[in-house]
Design a protein around this ligand. Structure first.
Ligand code: PMP
Length: 430
């Protein structure tokens, strides 16, 4: 069993200077009973090495971006080459055009695109653009989906689909929450009720086309098409938050999988190859609302910075090679099958949702299709599972709502080693 002496010491140091010792709350172990998070020192391929010299197979993949594994040589080369030519120009570059063309080729609905610096910024801006274009203010979103930390999306559901939201964070004004309606995912009746109730006040419907934030959850047949049709009949735009899904399940966006095209799309994570990035884009006539052509303002000192552009291009070059997603799917299936066999062997109450190289284990007996079901999964069992894994060499996110992400660098042996560790945890720790 691993010891984490140096991590514990560093957490004490961290708390003296960094609020809570972490720069993002999901990195704390609060959701799994607290304690010092493991501090990583180095990462390569599918592996992490911590400050105590322990090695881990990594399925966190930095909450998604690291689909080509850590320190991928092609991305490393692109970043170092660009950094020798200057990190930040604050001017236009050829790289921005090359990357935008590459994205547009893979995601044709991006008739025009803008680069920003995070998924939060990308989503926040699509909402502003939709409001500018429609002249309406309200937004419908789905329960349990995370869309970054801008005010408008940190809003919890009201008591029903015809109720306005309430702030989900201190510091978010009631007045902002009043512009957001949150309805359950995969529940068309509630969605229709919200649309009927708020009608021409609705600027946009914000959707994760394949949910990544209460585990991996796919829309039921016909749900996304119906959402698109009903929103459009109502004069509202549809925004896909593809911060997790873009280039996750195939080379391109989730629209290739779900067969429905939104008006605007927000992206992030994978497209930056591990560097800070966001992007948004969509229909030309809508994007023309954005400055300098239109009256909706969005800007950024770091937007389209050369390092992120170079890393993003390199990452997509790795991903566009034939067979990449087939291999992720094959290893994903091996992991899922192996986990299911262990769940059966040790009589563990658990269900797995998987799509290609991303999966979630929910400690529940009910298949998860919405947030209420994900919430009902057993957090205490998950916490034991997480601690069992981290003390034996597997790193996953410290939350029952997150996914495991495979990378192009995981091997058959990594999956076999993972299953052996999971077996040990199921046998001894749960
Ligand atoms: N949208 C989705 C679907 C996300 O999963 C996330 C981050 N987990 C965001 C937006 C916010 O992205 P960022 O953390 O880059 O601001």
């Amino acid at each position: 069993m691993y010891t984490h002496t140096n991590s514990k010491k560093l957490q004490i140091d961290a708390e003296e200077v960094i609020l809570g010792g972490v720069n993002s709350p999901s990195r704390s172990y609060k959701a799994v009973g607290g304690g010092a998070p493991v501090v990583m020192e180095r990462a390569e391929g599918p592996y992490f090495y911590d400050v105590d010299g322990n090695k881990y197979i990594d399925y966190l993949a930095a909450y998604g971006p690291i689909i080509t594994g850590h320190a991928h040589p092609r991305i490393h080369e692109a970043i170092t080459e660009q950094s020798s030519k200057g990190i930040l120009y604050g001017t236009s570059t050829q790289l921005e055009i090359d990357f935008a063309r590459k994205l547009q080729k893979a995601v044709p609905s991006l008739e025009r695109v803008r680069f920003v610096n995070s998924g939060t910024e990308a989503v926040m801006t699509t909402i502003r653009v939709a409001r500018a274009y429609t002249g309406r203010n309200k937004v419908i979103k789905f329960e349990g989906c995370y869309h970054g930390h801008s005010d408008l999306v940190l809003v919890a559901a009201g008591s029903g689909p015809s109720q306005l939201g309430t702030p989900d964070s201190a510091g978010v004004p009631e007045s902002v929450a009043q512009d957001v309606i949150t309805v359950p995912f995969n529940n068309l009746e509630d969605f229709k009720e919200a649309i009927n109730h708020f009608g021409d006040e609705i600027a946009a419907v914000l959707v994760e086309p394949i949910v990544g934030n209460f585990g991996i959850v796919e829309a039921e047949d016909g749900f996304l098409q119906a959402v698109n049709d009903i929103a459009h009949d109502n004069g509202s735009l549809v925004i896909y938050d593809e911060v997790i899904t873009a280039f996750r399940f195939g080379y391109g966006s989730a629209t290739d999988i779900v067969g429905v095209t939104p008006d605007l799309t927000a992206m992030g994570k994978i497209i930056g190859g591990g560097t800070p990035i966001g992007a948004y884009g969509g229909r030309l006539d809508i994007m023309e609302s954005v400055a300098p052509l239109g009256a909706a303002y969005q800007a950024g000192t770091m937007a389209g910075n050369p390092l992120s552009m170079a890393a993003g291009i390199a990452c997509l070059e790795v991903l566009e090679k034939p067979g990449v997603y087939e291999e992720l799917d094959r290893l994903g299936a091996k992991l899922e099958d192996g986990l299911n066999a262990l769940i059966e062997k040790y009589n563990v109450t658990a269900k797995i949702n998987r799509l290609v190289g991303a999966l979630t284990i929910y400690f529940t007996d009910e298949t998860v299709t919405n947030y209420t079901q994900a919430e009902a999964s057993d957090g205490e069992v998950f916490a034991k599972f997480f601690r069992g894994l981290i003390s034996r060499g597997i790193n996953i996110a410290p939350s029952k709502y997150e996914a495991w992400f495979l990378t192009t660098e995981h091997t058959e042996k990594d999956i076999d080693d993972t299953l052996a560790i999971v077996e040990d945890v199921f046998k001894n720790d749960l």
